[in-house]
Ligand binder design. Sequence first.
Ligand SMILES: [Fe+2]
Length: 334
Amino acid sequence: MKKSNFLSLFLLVCVAASAQFAQKPLPYAYNALEPFVDAQTMEIHYSKHHAAYVKNLNAAVKGTDAEKMTLNEIFATVSKFSPAIRNNAGGHFNHDMFWSILTPEKNTKPSASLEKAINESFTNIDTLKVKLNKAATSRFGSGWAWLYLGQDGKLAICSTANQDNPLMDIAENKGMPILAIDVWEHAYYLKYQNKRADYLTAIWNVINWNEVSHYYKLATATNKSPFDDWQALKDFHQVMSQTFHPSETGNLQPIKARSAEMVQKANDLAKSTIPPAFKRKEVLAAVQQLAADSKKLDQLIQNKKSDKAISEALTQLHDVFHKIIGLCSSEAQH
Ligand SMILES: [Fe+2]
């Protein structure tokens, strides 16, 4: 993959910058992956370990340059930050990806393009599993095993220590991760004790190949961001950016002056063609919601409602916009 492609992917996520990081809801019940991953492990892992990384990350970034950065921006320059930021930013991102690439759904399959790439790099999927498990079992102490798209555009396998990942500037093997396996003892010890290999054999029963394929698609996207392909989104973003940011400092004049324009841009966006890579029902729904919420905001302004009500509605609209960006980047980088 070209360096510029990486930059584009980073830029996707830059738009979703947030001062505060938060866990997404787990996409299944704690017991959904039984018997391969037990409910107690899942509950402790998600609600204690991952939650702690998020809490500690928010504390660690406070007052630093990282406070206004996305996870990908932090990773790109992680060597400049404290170990607390490195460990907790990695801990948040890595777990977010891990939850998303697991599923109780049976028989998910790699997409045709992912299968082709797997065959090219590893001969077949069984060899991929053997090699990834080898990387995972040979990781000394705590860490992660990864399937990632390297900077040469080919799939590769590596493992990282602690909470590091291939997005970090300090990574020995750099690339876009598409499949993550947690090999910290907290991921398996209750059920498998010291038998890490048994856990690794079992985990393949719950890998969500649909999601891994989706990550692969994003990683191999051409040298474009959704903004390049989606003019209507770019147009909406411009108005949003120029009205929301002043509102954060109490200046509502820009949104009051441009709410009708925002409605127009939101309607144009709702009617626009969503780039195929991002055409998911959740994106479609969020785009429709953006149009409806823009109209409500405009009505509040026309009806001279309080600044508080206008500000709240604009913030909500901004959240919906970032939901779209988050769904498109789909890397859970908040
Ligand atoms: Fe973990």
